[in-house]
Design a protein around this ligand. Structure first.
Ligand SMILES: Cc1cc2nc3c(=O)[nH]c(=O)nc-3n(C[C@H](O)[C@H](O)[C@H](O)COP(=O)(O)O)c2cc1C
Length: 434
């Protein structure tokens, strides 16, 4: 099998995509012209920027975004206060028609939002009648300036169910509900969406956050003429949390709906991880805002090469494959223990391992000043591995499992006499040096 021949197509809620890579609903999917450009670059489909009826005027705050740079890493996160589409509904519908006609093999998912039951139904039907292959119901924007909309609906589960049901009554195309991460247990709203008839779930929209505060004026950013607001945070910084939401839904017995994963995706490895925890398609915004549509080339090539190296032909063979290994922490085998193992031959003597072990770990390293080398006191090592996180030399510090009889010096051992009744005594002051 060669990587070139691998077919990345997926069936998602009955809609066939040539690959699982979709633009998510945002400025990257704001017009037919932009979306056409993205299809030429290789994206498999689009979730078009959220359409509204126009009965409630949409005005974007200005400026509308703030980057969260972390050290030398640019745009680790992105905060925005952008609203749903401010374009006339007619223009958006004409764009859907154009895309449908010119790119028939690229499914169009129309993201929609309403402000009453009739409004939801109106926009949904309009999108279906003008070429949408699927709908995404936006229950999740965390900074709508129209009161009682966006993630407020996604947090009021019966309302979410009601609007899903109302939309399902008027359209025939599959309907996906887009979840907010601004809740505790995502499986709850997902189950309500299912009760309302949703055919798929996408997650997540942006996290409510504060990315930065002006040091001179104390105004949170983006600074909208003297005022900031808790608002949508996205990008690589949110990926670990977003992944867990997908995994939770994929594991949820009784849900059983196809999932579209969103949050911090930039590379083929990010895509792979979303597939492994149960997503069938993925969606991207911040990665495109940072690098442009061409990141899809790396996603396709990287995923194909990976699949070829594993002898995997179909994307579906990857979906959910990490879930059997994802357990609650009480499933850990605590009988098995290990420690850090050092390859001193390649050490450059920077001393970073010594500092972290001394200040934040087991104090298991001695520093041989003359040789400029750390020396591990093996039975004091906690196996936290933070030394390897800061070590600049790849492969110098690795984890090594130890035989069963190996004992860590300070392993906590429960005094059997304390097992039944918790007792403590007041100790006399001790001299730490002794
Ligand atoms: C500037 C901006 C505008 C967005 N507008 C919408 C929108 O209109 N509808 C929607 O469902 N999500 C919207 N989103 C959320 C994205 O679709 C996506 O869920 C989120 O950004 C997380 O993905 P990411 O980390 O790839 O950006 C917007 C995000 C950004 C950054």
């Amino acid at each position: 099998m060669t990587a070139k021949n691998i077919d990345l197509s997926v069936d998602f809620a009955g809609v066939k995509f040539k690959n699982p890579f979709l633009l998510s609903s945002s400025p990257v999917s704001n017009s037919a012209e932009m979306v056409a450009q993205s299809f030429e670059a290789g994206w498999g489909g689009v979730v078009f920027k959220t359409l509204a009826s126009g009965r409630w005027p949409i005005v974007h705050p200005s400026p509308r975004m703030n980057p969260y740079h972390y050290g030398s890493t640019k745009m680790m996160g992105l905060q925005n206060v952008e609203q749903i589409s401010d374009r006339p509904l007619k223009d958006n519908l004409l764009d859907l028609l154009y895309l449908k006609k010119n790119y028939p093999d690229h499914p169009i998912v129309a993201s929609v939002m309403g402000f009453s039951t009739e409004d939801w139904q109106y926009v949904a039907k309009a999108a279906e009648d003008n070429g949408a292959d699927m709908l995404e119901l936006n229950f999740s924007c965390p900074h709508m300036t129209i009161e009682g909309s966006g993630h407020k609906v996604g947090q009021a589960f019966p309302l979410l169910e009601g609007f899903t049901e109302a939309v399902k009554k008027v359209v025939k195309i599959p309907v996906m509900a887009k979840m907010t991460p601004n809740i505790t247990d995502i499986t709850e709203p997902a189950m309500f969406a299912k009760k309302g008839g949703a055919d798929a779930i996408s997650a997540v929209n942006t996290f409510r956050g504060i990315s930065e505060i002006g040091r001179d004026d104390w105004i949170p950013k983006p600074n909208i003429f003297g005022v900031g607001a808790e608002s949508g945070y996205s990008g690589p910084a949110v990926k670990p949390v977003a992944l867990h939401f997908i995994a939770d839904m994929a594991k949820c017995k009784g849900l059983g709906l196809p999932l579209s994963g969103i949050g911090g995706i930039e590379t083929w490895v990010d895509v792979l991880e979303y597939l492994l925890v149960g997503a069938t398609t993925i969606q991207v915004t911040t990665g495109i805002i940072h690098y442009g549509y061409r990141i899809v080339e790396d996603m396709a090539e990287g995923l194909r090469d990976y699949m070829a190296s594993k002898g995997i032909n179909e994307v579906t063979d990857l979906i959910g494959k990490a879930l059997p290994n994802l357990k609650e922490t009480d499933h850990f085998d605590l009988e098995r223990q290990g420690r850090a193992e050092y390859n001193y031959d390649i050490c450059i003597g920077c001393g970073q391992c010594y500092i972290v072990c001394n200040d934040a770990a087991g104090q298991a390293l001695e520093w041989e000043a003359e040789k400029r080398r750390p020396k591990l006191i093996e039975d004091k090592c906690l196996s936290c591995m933070v030394c390897s996180f800061v070590c600049p030399v790849p492969g110098l510090i690795t984890f090594k499992e130890m035989p069963k009889q190996w004992q860590r010096n300070e392993t906590a051992v429960m005094d059997p006499s304390l097992e039944k009744e918790l007792k403590y005594e007041r100790f006399e002051e001790v001299d730490l040096k002794t």
